[in-house]
Design a protein around this ligand. Structure first.
Ligand code: ADP
Ligand code: ZN
Ligand code: ZN
Length: 749
């Protein structure tokens, strides 16, 4: 018998595969998960190659310990996708492939349970007839169990146990009475057999507008790789376009799968609800979600459902872009401009960019939707590389786009008009009239530079974090100062630690402060604040949002969170505070983001036939950004900003990468970057790359760690990629810092 060797990818920061001897009974297949010894541990890896020789000396070769035969192997296409991401983002294949899988699959000890056959139970006609009568009225848990059985096609024992701890004994009893039956199917095997047909017109579908119809036709008629930019104003009904395009495709191809990415699933429950409602006739488990908020078991189940083809639609956040979907036939990226698509740690990938690559690899359409496309995407469309589909009007005829009014704060002050705690008179008056009319308002605060901080008027002292160079944020109800960078916390001091002045006060206005002010200047208004603090508890954001939907709130105050896709029906006024800081940011993308954010938040107004109004408080009403915004002119803004970027030689006209280093001292971090820059110069392709000076980061000191970064830039993506690849071993050889990483296409520069 000849020897068999496998080359395995493991989750290690090394861009190589590891050779193992293979002597298990299952025939090894590329894409199989295996357990292998690695150093002193056992780890799970992915077979990427099979060979009959190995260059590793026989004495050093170790054997594969176990193989996950029950898990269908990952396809070579999927491995190639992970390989591309690894290559592009300067990582090892295993560092991409393994973290892309659910935790349960990366732990060989759990394989058996994961693929174990779990008993399921199904209600029989006798049970349906007799059970409700037979149960005592007060047996609430038993009733829950009976209800679940009546509603679900079948119920897994583990789910039943969650409803009733004695589910197993109860089921034995009910089985004996002939009320239920056991249907033994493994989760995975069961899902594989669920290849449901699509519903034929269950609920009446909305009649598409002409623009929507054209967009759906273009997407449905696409052959092969076809990138689309669906540029639709807020409320133009982009979701309806996705739903129709998916329905057409899934109905035409009984095994096709669709991947729909959203920036944040928890903040947009209506989006998921729309998909579930529209595809309600699909079998159980045919729509799954994938995001970091899922419990581990559910995440594993959903991942496997996608991997085995049982899930027809995967609705997920950025991490879903690496889901294994063997029959993937279309990708949708909703709100494609959202920075949430960029992973900011570990493998720093852009899910949007990978979506384009993946669609090309699979030769399928990909739809990027947004009211304010990223300038990268807009530029592709301008060059004709992406097909542009435009929805210029709101879907609901009577829902006009809101009018935008700029409140000139300088003029307010010059004319001596009262403003209360940063709320200008016209905004207060508008809020009052909305409350009187029973309409809702949003007050949006730009978070950047806007957290309340504690300061002393007498000596100029400002509360800072002792561990960081950041300002501490004031949390009034808890009477606490907190550092948002490192988490340091302390009680509010009674007096100024510098001069003893007892009259220390918050500077700037945070959401809490505005909430308080609103309650006093708009008497009787029910004010609700939604931000990261008020929604820290899981699920509380949804509860708060449902209060808004139920009309129990007059004025909603919040940050970015309230700007996202929520469809608040009765909001007719949006007030925007402190947007100006973004105009003068050192980050060249700040104005692009501000435009997107303000468009997004403006889009919350006037959806249900009531005219909407947006009021933006600013000291710079003549700024081009605000002017474009008040004309609802994304195209003008995008094209003029692109022209500026071209002149300034900034992305998308050049490609960037960032080397970041963290050291015990700033000198150590900077010295590392200098050495790295020196090592870079002679590399292939480096002559076409500009290396800038190393700079300390704005927040230099987090947790007594000093950070600095080095920017690289090139007009040639290929040259940048080649030199980055050659740089990796050089960087690994350098010492002197705690950590370093390379980010390709960084968003925050
Ligand atoms: P967008 O994502 O483009 O901002 P949405 O998809 O949220 O817009 O749609 C806005 C509203 O318009 C939703 O309430 C949706 O149900 C409704 N809608 C979409 N298309 C139509 C249509 N063709 N006819 C009637 N209502 C529609
Ligand atoms: Zn002081
Ligand atoms: Zn800190």
């Amino acid at each position: 018998m000849t020897d068999v060797f496998v080359r395995v990818a493991v989750d290690q920061p090394m861009p190589v595969l590891f050779d193992y001897r293979y002597g298990l009974p299952d025939v090894p297949v590329v894409g199989m998960l295996v357990q292998v010894p690695f150093g002193r541990r056992e780890v799970v890896g992915l077979i990427c190659e099979i060979a009959d020789t190995s260059d590793v000396p026989a004495s050093k070769l170790r054997g594969v310990t176990a193989v996950c035969g029950a898990c269908p192997p990952l396809s070579e296409t999927w491995i190639a996708l992970a390989g591309f991401a690894a290559d592009y983002y300067q990582r090892g294949l295993g560092e991409v492939a393994l973290p892309a899988m659910p935790q349960a699959l990366r732990d060989a000890a759990r394989w058996e349970r994961l693929f174990a056959v779990e008993p399921r139970y199904r209600m029989l006609a006798e049970g349906r007839a007799q059970l409700p009568e037979a149960l005592p009225a007060r047996a609430i848990a038993l009733r829950r169990l009976a209800d679940a059985l009546a509603q679900e096609p079948s119920l897994a024992l583990s789910d039943a146990r969650a409803l009733h701890p004695k589910a197993s004994a109860t089921f034995d009893d009910w089985l004996a009475r002939g009320w239920i039956e056991e249907t033994v199917t493994a989760d995975v095997a069961g899902l594989e057999s669920l290849m449901p047909a699509l519903p034929t017109g269950t609920a009446p579908l909305p009649v598409l507008t002409d623009e929507q119809r054209d967009a759906v036709d273009a997407i449905s008629g696409a052959q092969g790789f076809a990138p689309f930019l669906l540029h639709g104003v807020t409320g133009s009904g982009k979701t309806e376009v996705y739903l129709h395009a998916l329905a057409a495709l899934l109905a035409a191809r009984p095994d096709a799968q669709a991947l729909v990415l959203v920036p944040e699933i928890n903040l947009t429950p209506q989006f998921e609800a729309a998909f579930r409602a529209r595809f309600a006739a699909l079998a159980d488990g045919a729509i799954v979600t994938m995001h970091s908020g899922l419990a581990e078991g559910e995440r594993a189940r959903n991942w496997l459902a996608a991997h085995t083809g049982g899930a027809r639609i995967v609705l997920g956040t950025r991490l879903a872009i690496l889901a294994s979907m063997p029959k993937l036939a279309i990708i949708v990226v909703d709100e494609e401009h959202d920075p949430a698509y960029k992973q900011q740690e570990g493998l720093r990938y852009s899910a949007r960019d990978l979506a384009i690559y993946r669609a090309k690899q699979l030769d399928v359409p990909v739809v990027l939707g947004s009211a304010t496309p990223s300038l990268e995407t807009w530029w592709q469309a301008e060059q004709g590389r992406y097909t542009r589909l435009t929805l210029a009007r709101r879907a609901v005829a009577e829902a006009a786009l809101p009018s935008v009014r700029l409140i000139d704060l300088e003029e307010e002050r010059r004319r001596g008009r009262a403003s209360v705690e940063g709320l200008a008179g016209p905004l207060i008056a508008a809020l009052k009239s909305r409350v009187e009319r029973g309409e809702q308002s949003l007050v949006f605060l730009n978070r950047r530079g806007y957290a309340p901080i504690l300061s002393c008027d007498a000596c100029g002292w400002v509360a800072g974090c002792p561990r960081c160079s950041a300002y501490a944020v004031l949390h009034k109800p808890e009477r606490a100062l907190r550092c948002h960078h490192c988490g340091w916390e302390s009680r509010i001091p009674k007096s100024c630690p510098e001069c003893g002045n007892i009259d220390i006060a918050p500077m700037g206005r945070g959401t809490q402060r505005v909430e308080e002010t609103l309650a006093s200047v708009v008497p009787g208004a029910r004010v609700l604040r939604i931000d990261a603090d008020s929604t820290r508890r899981k699920g509380s954001a949804q509860a708060l949002f449902s209060d808004v939907h139920a009309g129990e709130v007059d004025i909603l105050v919040g940050t970015q969170m309230i700007a996202k896709g929520h469809d608040f029906r009765r909001v007719t006024l949006v007030g925007v505070l402190n947007a100006d800081t973004a105009l003068f940011s050192h980050d060249f993308r700040a104005s692009e983001r501000l435009f997107a954010q303000l468009t997004q938040v403006s889009g919350r107004a006037g959806r249900a036939g009531l005219p909407g109004e947006v009021m933006i408080q600013t000291r710079y009403p003549r700024h081009a950004l605000y002017q474009a915004l008040s004309r609802q002119d994304y195209v003008g803004f995008a094209n003029s900003t692109l022209a500026e970027r071209r002149d300034a030689r900034l992305p998308p006209f050049v490609y960037q990468a960032m080397l970041r280093a963290e050291g015990r001292t700033l000198d150590a971090a900077l010295a590392f970057l200098k050495q790295a820059a020196a090592a870079f110069a002679p590399l292939p392709g480096a002559d076409r790359v500009t290396v800038y000076d190393a700079v300390p980061l704005t927040i230099v000191k987090v947790f007594n760690v000093h950070r600095a970064q080095l920017l690289l830039e090139s007009a040639s993506r290929a040259a940048l990629q080649a030199s980055l690849r050659a740089w990796q071993p050089e960087l690994r050889a350098l010492k002197g810092v705690l950590r370093w990483n390379v980010e390709v296409d960084p968003l925050d520069v």
